[in-house]
Design a protein around this ligand. Structure first.
Ligand SMILES: [Zn+2]
Length: 70
């Protein structure tokens, strides 16, 4: 499950997100901008953690048959 930091515009609308493998990485990366625990999020496509580079599995990869080599 992904930990996310939401990037908001001046109106407070979420315009982007940063993906982390853990709250630890979220805190390290965000430093003063850390705005609270935001884990257990599903992302659609796997992405590397923005802090440590570990892969964060997206939903499409989580439920893919590991024997299906596409
Ligand atoms: Zn990480």
């Amino acid at each position: 499950m992904a930990h996310l930091q939401f990037i908001e515009d001046a109106q407070g609308d979420v315009v982007d997100q940063i993906v982390f493998c853990s709250d630890f990485c979220h805190r390290l990366h965000a430093a003063g901008d850390y705005n609270g625990w935001n884990g257990c999020n599903e992302i659609s496509v796997s992405e590397p953690c923005a802090e440590c580079g570990d892969p964060v599995a997206g939903v499409e990869d989580l439920y893919r048959d590991p024997f299906d080599k596409q």
